[in-house]
Design a protein around this ligand. Structure first.
Ligand code: 4G3
Length: 253
């Protein structure tokens, strides 16, 4: 996959993608992330990339011509069938399902805004979809672009190890993760759950599923309510809740 990011801070993006899973995927040639800046196409001596908003008010807007040139140069390096995405707080919410969809594409152009954003006509002309990573305002679209890149690249074939990929699309699909533990067996007076050191793999599997179900119920009930649980899962969740209620102080009502 090829990813082109248009940003006023290309080093911010090109440095961030050097690390971890993403860095390794690039070393292996599974993805190429390239950042370019509208400043490259600014035609005045000051390399101006912002402009005043029509209608007045505070703040600036990305200057239209250098931004368009940069977008077009980015698109020219992408294969047919690639998609152009604008990262904006008023976009459609980014989800794991959207990450899976984007991971099918041969390339992505990601436009990261700064200031108050981008001229609406440029979005209409050059952008296929606007995406928001959540309901909060950031000072630029670079971090959202990096979030999208990370979520998409780890889904590309061969990017994660076999174990991690198998777990990704496995039995905990749609649930929050179960808790993890490492040495020492007792830390600050708290022991690792006994079953995890038992060597009983079927029991460990059941315990993890039970924890995943229980945590999802407690923290993100709407996720559970939109799933159809197996008889086994229903029973594990009931067990979790019974134990959870037994360990909680009685409520005031
Ligand atoms: C466009 C994305 C971009 C217009 C971008 C500001 C939050 C998100 C920006 C604009 C952003 C998000 C840059 N902030 N929630 N800021 O995905 O006014």
């Amino acid at each position: 996959m090829r990813i082109e990011v248009v940003t006023l801070f290309p080093e911010f993006v090109s440095e961030a993608v050097r690390f971890g899973v993403l860095g390794r995927a690039q070393d292996r040639g599974q993805v190429t992330v390239c950042a370019r800046t509208p400043r490259e196409f600014a035609d005045d001596p000051h390399k101006t990339v912002d402009d005043r908003p029509y209608g007045g008010g505070p703040g600036m807007v990305l200057k239209i011509e250098p931004t368009r040139s940069s977008i077009r140069a980015a698109k020219a390096r992408l294969p047919q069938g690639s998609r152009a995405v604008y990262l904006a707080a008023d976009g459609v919410r980014f989800t794991q399902a959207k990450a899976r969809e984007l991971a099918q594409l041969p390339g992505l152009m990601l436009l990261a805004g700064r200031y108050e954003g981008v001229d609406e006509r440029l979005i209409e002309a050059e952008i296929d979809e606007s995406i928001s990573i959540g309901d909060y305002v950031l000072s630029g679209g670079e971090l959202p672009a990096l979030v999208v890149i990370d979520a998409v690249v780890r889904l590309l074939p061969g990017v994660l190890g076999d174990d991690a990929s198998a777990q990704q699309d496995s039995f905990s699909e749609g649930l929050l993760d179960w808790p993890h533990y490492t040495r020492p067996e007792v830390f600050e007076g708290r022991a690792v759950p006994e079953v995890l050191a038992s060597g009983n793999h079927a029991a460990i599997r059941r315990w993890r599923m039970k924890q995943a179900l229980g945590r999802t119920w407690l923290r993100r009930r709407e996720l559970i309510e939109s799933m159809s649980l197996s008889t086994e899962q229903r029973r594990l969740l009931d067990e979790f809740l019974a134990e959870h209620r037994a360990s909680e102080p009685p409520s005031a009502t």
